[in-house]
Design a protein around this ligand. Structure first.
Ligand SMILES: Nc1ncnc2c1ncn2[C@@H]1O[C@H](COP(=O)(O)OP(=O)(O)OP(=O)(O)O)[C@@H](O)[C@H]1O
Ligand code: SF4
Ligand SMILES: [Mg+2]
Length: 363
């Protein structure tokens, strides 16, 4: 049975500005199954929110232009359906939780009214019943004194409570399918962040919703996600289960993100700095090679020439790197295994494999 809820194929999004064409998303492929949490992780400006806005139909067009790709959801390509139908999915089948809920909560209506509205419009409840359901949900997301808080406005709530109200709103949907949580806990302190992530995970179990979790924080990925796509400069550079990515990261960028986790010594070695040195490249002037080249600790001859093919250990763990960590030094296009290739020869840790670190010593 195919239980895929969302499938993004070869998505390309550019911004056509007076200062040039910004290629914000360049060939992203992501699928999310029913009830699964998939993280999109990467530094600021790598294209996470642009990908999310392509799903929700919230890209500003112009200057944004979807150059290529498909986004299949509920069996339809969201990029082909009329804007009216796309809009109709928002808040019903696709809900969003943003870093700053003030931008999505209406400042002039009480919190309870905003949630009750969803019950009135989509569940056709009368005003009293809708209000009661709103209070019930505010209780469920553990807003203290929910009945009293329901009468308050967004600015009267703390950041954590506003985020809980947004989650309640997502839960009010009559047929929730996908929640896109874009940096949902970035503005919160660590304790509240943990509580909100726990709440999201409980919600997911309760109603079986899928979550696309957008974050720059590998700690958040570890806490909530089943699988992850690591993005860099508009590209996916590594993809796999959270276990695969945390136990055997293949891309040096992923390794850098893991190293930047406070207290994480696992992937640290003498040649690595705590933070990833350098800055992200200008998305207007990207060449054909690997976009991580200027920050990579062990680039090889091939890296400047062409964007890497996906390297795979054999399963669905992919890394777009010519010289993957623990992989094969000569560039897997020649000596290693491209994703989809037949599994032959020594694996990345086998006797035929030379590690990327050894490669670094060679150059
Ligand atoms: N409205 C816009 N006009 C022009 N360029 C834009 C616009 N929105 C986004 N971009 C470009 O797209 C790139 C990706 O932006 P995006 O918002 O997806 O980054 P992000 O990964 O979500 O980063 P952050 O973690 O800071 O939210 C940006 O670097 C920017 O150059
Ligand atoms: S080894 Fe090459 S392909 Fe891999 S991340 Fe470094 S520069 Fe990119
Ligand atoms: Mg963003």
């Amino acid at each position: 049975m195919n239980d895929t809820l969302l499938e993004i194929n070869d998505l390309h999004v550019s911004f056509h500005t007076v200062r040039g064409v910004i290629r914000a998303v360049r060939g992203i492929n992501i699928d999310i199954r029913q009830g699964e949490t998939v993280a999109l992780v990467g530094e600021s400006g790598c294209g996470k929110s642009v990908t999310a806005h392509a799903i929700t139909g919230l890209l500003p067009t112009p200057p944004a232009r979807i150059e290529r790709g498909q986004i299949h959801f509920d069996g339809r390509d969201l990029l082909q359906i009329p804007a009216k139908e796309h809009r109709a999915l928002r808040g019903v089948r696709i809900s969003m939780i943003f870093q700053e809920p003030m931008t999505s909560l209406n400042p002039v209506f009480k919190i309870g009214e905003q949630i009750a509205d969803v019950f009135r419009v989509h569940h056709k409840l009368d005003a009293r019943a809708a209000w009661n359901k709103a209070v019930e949900l505010l209780n469920l997301v553990k807003i203290p004194e929910a009945e009293k808080r329901a009468h308050e406005y967004a600015h009267q709530l703390s950041g954590g409570m506003r985020q809980r109200a947004m989650i309640a709103m997502a839960m009010a949907s009559p047929e929730p399918g996908l929640i896109i949580a874009d940096e949902p806990t970035t503005a919160l302190d660590v304790t509240i962040q943990a509580q909100i992530l726990h709440l999201l995970s409980q919600l997911q179990k309760k109603i079986g919703v899928s979550i696309l979790l957008i974050t720059h924080d590998m700690g958040v990925v570890a806490q909530l996600a089943d699988r992850a796509t690591v993005m860099y400069a508009g590209r996916a550079v590594e993809q796999g289960s959270v276990e695969q990515i945390f136990t055997a990261p293949r891309h040096p960028y992923t390794k850098g993100l893991l190293n930047s986790l406070p207290g994480n010594q696992k992937y640290r070695d003498a040649r690595r700095l705590e933070a990833i040195p350098g800055t992200v490249p200008d998305l207007r002037t990207l060449g054909d090679g690997c976009p991580f080249l200027n920050r990579c600790p062990h680039p090889g001859d091939r890296c400047a020439q062409e964007f890497p093919d996906a390297f795979s250990d054999g399963g669905d763990h992919l890394a777009w790197c010519w010289y993957p960590e623990g992989g094969i030094a000569a560039g897997h296009g020649a000596a290693g295994r491209k994703a989809g290739d037949k599994q032959t020869g020594g694996g990345p840790t086998g006797t035929a494999a030379t590690t990327a670190e050894e490669h670094t010593d060679d150059v």
